[in-house]
Ligand binder design. Structure first.
Ligand code: ADP
Ligand code: MG
Length: 217
């Protein structure tokens, strides 16, 4: 009989262990409550991006992984990647260069949201929510690094993720901006009740996140 799992809300990494060859890269058995951040700290090559790939469902077959990942009691690891609805932010904002800012945002809105006007109004509100009201028609190439990071955040939130996965998304920003964007990302996660899994090698990220910190590598 299948074991029934009843979990509180939030993100749970249940006995997750990832190996490469005969080397165990990491073992994680931790949770992040809605709106809170679980930080995994480790040096380059320690398996941080690999862990996010496992949670997101795009782990390279070179790795062997065991353990399960849940959000609000739903087992993500039992779902296809596209059904997991994990919102990911990387070091680079990865905006689509051939689309306007609004184009980038509209692209992320789930298809279930019908009607051009409704979609545009969601995109407009999201842009305003990250402090960029009025920049919808801009070409992403014309934005500053901080503005691009804000658009990437607005875009990931519009996709209605169940959780946020952050792969060192602040590391390319300079110090002042890094602090600003960090606080904005954490504030949005809190406002929307999204659990966050942050991987980083920056102690200041872990401190600002304010949640549990696990060290690997
Ligand atoms: P981090 O994000 O902490 O810098 P990664 O998760 O990217 O580390 O990588 C962890 C380890 O796995 C590193 O030793 C890296 O070289 C190795 N690695 C990453 N991707 C692959 C792959 N597709 N095949 C084999 N080894 C890989
Ligand atoms: Mg990495």
């Amino acid at each position: 009989m299948t074991k029934q799992v009843t979990l509180a809300k939030g993100l749970k990494l249940d006995g997750v262990s990832i190996a490469l060859g005969n080397r165990i890269l990491l073992a994680v058995d931790h949770e992040a409550a809605p709106g809170e951040v679980l930080t995994i700290m480790g040096p380059s090559g320690s398996g941080k991006s690999t862990l996010l790939a496992y949670v997101g469902g795009f782990l390279d077959p070179a790795f062997r992984a065991t353990g399960r990942v849940f959000v609000d009691g739903t087992e993500l690891t039992a779902l296809a990647p596209e059904d997991r609805h994990a919102g990911i932010l990387f070091q680079d904002p990865l905006l689509f260069p051939h689309m306007s800012v609004n184009g980038n945002l509209l692209f992320a809105i789930p298809r279930a949201v019908r009607g051009k006007a409704e979609r545009l109004s969601l995109a407009t509100a999201a842009l305003e929510g990250v402090g960029l009201a009025g920049l919808g028609e801009r070409d992403p190439d014309t934005l500053s690094g901080g503005q691009k990071a804000r658009v990437a955040l607005a875009r990931v939130l519009l996709a209605e993720p169940r959780a946020l996965l952050l792969d060192e998304p602040f590391s390319k920003l300079d110090a002042d901006l890094r602090q600003q964007i960090r606080m904005l990302v954490f504030a949005k996660a809190h406002e929307k009740g999204l659990p966050v899994l942050l991987v980083t090698h920056d102690e200041a990220d872990a401190e600002a996140a304010g949640g549990a910190v696990l060290r690997i590598g």
